[in-house]
Design a protein around this ligand. Structure first.
Ligand code: ATP
Length: 614
């Protein structure tokens, strides 16, 4: 790495911290009373820490040295030596006692403020992640995002409480010590102060490197978490395809990379700490050598030199720690930047400033010249136009990858069109608030995801605040009530992750109940019976008929027999609607749909293993 980029890295820590503070400032402001109170306690603690060596100075200069030299000197307080000695002893205990109480208050208060701020930040990151558009999540690694919510915030918490706050105390007490040292003897103080520029030269380079490796390490940990998450999430596929060995290889390589980076940052931290220690020893030796000369020239009393040396020794520990602490802060800054990154992402699908809560829909859905692509330069949907009337059943058919799911995902605004608009009841759907739009649309996908909560909650997720009665009614409508009652705890049975313990048909019927409970005027069904056996298919299809009655329904299906009765069929190929009409009209047209339908009929009749899919 070139010198210039090293400098750039170094300069990154302070702006990094400032950026994080600025981003978190609304949460910090909420804790300002607690922070201010703790800061006052911190100042008291620091002030008392500065007083610590002074009783010793008085005992030395006014009692021990005169006694040693057999000189009787009246001390500055007009006290006899024993009284001064007693007072000094009491002062030592009092200074430490009060200082400890103040330290306790400042540590507790600041820690409380930090924990409160970070738990608010964490809640906001989680909220942001939930609202970020699908396009963001499809490009991100789930495990990496999880690390940002958990480990990165935890890192910031521990480092702020255990490192940054003590660092502030140390810096304030260092400044105080330096001021008193200059007051005692400026020449000697200058020698001692020389440590700061030397130290900053030494540390700046190291710190930027530590920060670089720490950021790399955290990113690698995110990659590791993502790989683990993906593997466990797809464990069935991994085992079926015997991918374990290959994935182990990938994991091991990532693991090694993460370890190498961790070791490098630890090595640099250790090197930095030792270098600072040696430097401090040199400074102490120089000050002692020069200080003794000053005392011999009677420009300083032995007691004052004692205070001086005590400050220097006391300063050693904080200064030695400062380098480690800055290293730690550099690491936490890397974590903080990762958290801020998430907070800075703006969901590209969001409420417009003028968005209004939608009225209860009648259910007219109109596509006007809609074009859309996931990536710039590759249009997936091209100039789509159609109108679905309230209560109409619309089937969307066409070859795999033609854009059917994409088309329907635009109605619930998982993505927004690049050109044209989609209107519900005559109004662009971007004019409605996202929540009020989505609440009026029920969606059933091919492989519906269930949550690891009870069956009752899974169904009630379709309509927040649903009563038990509504849940049961929806389950009956979805033909799910009977099998749910046979589960060990009925509606209270907690499902395993993703509903893994249920059959495909059962999972789909719970998903149907979840869709039914909404009683939404618009229903979207994306191949809801694919993958089900004949018996389950029949049950789910019957349930679907009940669910969609009187509602504007969009159904994607590869089985053209299932869409024969639809009031409108859209035949989509390569992102365009090539044919549009009823089954009868399209058969009469003798185009793509008719050809595909005839092919499927032959397959059905002959039972050909090579099924022709729409
Ligand atoms: P199928 O019947 O197989 O489900 P489909 O007709 O529903 O297919 P879509 O899922 O809408 O097709 O996909 C249309 C095209 O968009 C495909 O070429 C697919 O590769 C692409 N595509 C789908 N999702 C994304 C995505 N998140 N990012 C980029 N491209 C995508």
């Amino acid at each position: 790495m070139g010198q210039r980029s090293k400098e750039k890295e170094l300069k990154g820590v302070i702006p990094g911290v400032m950026l994080i503070l600025r981003k978190f400032s609304p949460y910090i402001r909420e804790q300002r009373v607690l922070i201010a109170g703790s800061f006052v306690a911190l100042l008291v603690e620091t002030g008392l820490r500065l007083l610590e060596p002074w009783p010793l100075k008085y005992v030395f200069d006014h009692i021990l040295i005169p006694a040693h030299n057999n000189v009787k000197v009246p001390n500055s307080f007009g006290l006899n030596p024993i009284a001064l000695l007693t007072l000094s002893a009491i002062a030592i205990v009092a200074i430490t006692g009060i200082g400890s109480i103040a330290a306790y208050m400042s540590t507790y208060g600041m820690s409380l403020a930090v924990v409160r701020v970070l738990s608010e930040v964490r809640a906001n990151v989680f909220d942001r992640l939930q609202h970020l558009s699908l396009s963001f999540h499809q490009k991100s690694k789930g495990g990496d995002l999880i690390t940002r919510v958990t480990a990165d915030i935890e890192k910031m918490r521990t480092v702020t409480v255990k490192t940054a706050l003590p660092l502030v105390t140390n810096v304030i007490s260092l400044l105080g010590m330096l001021a008193i040292m200059f007051w005692l003897n400026w020449e000697l103080a200058l020698v001692a102060a020389a440590i700061f520029p030397i130290l900053s030269l030494l540390t700046s380079n190291m710190i930027s490197r530590i920060r670089k490796f720490a950021k790399k390490h955290r990113d690698s940990e995110g990659v590791l978490a993502a790989t683990t998450g993906e593997t466990i999430g797809a464990i069935k596929v991994v085992q079926v395809l015997s991918l374990q060995k290959m994935l182990q290889g990938v994991f091991s390589a990532q693991n090694q990379k993460s370890l190498d980076e961790a070791i490098e940052s630890l090595r640099l931290s250790a090197a930095l700490e030792r270098a600072v220690q040696i430097l401090m020893a040199i400074i102490i030796a120089v000050v002692l050598w020069r200080g003794s000369h000053v005392v011999l020239h009677k420009e300083l009393t032995p007691g004052e030199l004692l205070v001086f040396m005590t400050y220097l020794r006391n300063a050693l520990e904080p200064i030695r720690k400062v380098s480690t602490q800055i290293g730690q802060i550099a690491k936490a800054t890397a974590s903080g930047e990762r958290v801020v990154e998430v907070l800075d992402y703006e969901p590209n699908v969001r409420d417009l400033p003028r968005a209004q809560k939608a009225h209860p829909f009648f259910g007219t859905v109109r596509f006007e010249n809609v074009s859309f692509g996931y990536d710039a330069g590759r249009e997936i949907l091209k100039n789509i136009n159609f109108v679905a009337q309230p209560g109409q059943q619309v089937a969307v058919v066409g070859p795999s990858g033609s854009g059917k799911s994409t088309l329907l995902s635009l109605i619930i605004r998982l993505y927004d069109p690049d050109k044209g608009s989609i209107l519900i009841d005559g109004q662009d759907i971007r004019e409605y608030t996202l929540d009020s739009l989505r609440q009026q649309i029920s969606v059933v996908l091919q492989d519906s995801v269930l949550f690891a909560v009870s069956v009752r909650e899974n169904i009630a997720y379709g309509k927040l605040g649903a009563t038990d009665k509504e849940v049961e009614k929806a389950a009956r409508l979805a033909s799910a009530h009977e099998f749910i009652m046979e589960l060990p705890q009925g509606y209270d049975t907690v499902l395993s992750e993703r509903g893994g313990t249920l059959s495909g048909g059962q999972r789909q019927r719970i998903a149907l109940a979840r869709a039914a409970i909404r009683q939404a005027p618009i229903v979207i069904l994306d191949e809801p019976t694919t993958g089900l056996d004949n018996a389950s298919d029949r049950i789910v299809t019957a349930a679907l008929e009940k669910l969609t009655e009187g509602r504007t329904t969009f159904l994607i299906s590869h089985n053209l027999r299932a869409v024969e009765n639809a009031e409108m069929i859209l035949y989509v190929e390569s992102g365009s609607i090539l044919e549009q009409g009823t089954h009868k009209e399209l058969m009469g047209l003798g185009g793509h749909y008719a050809t595909l339908y005839r092919l499927q009929s032959i397959v059905d009749e002959t039972g050909d293993a090579y099924a022709v899919k729409a």
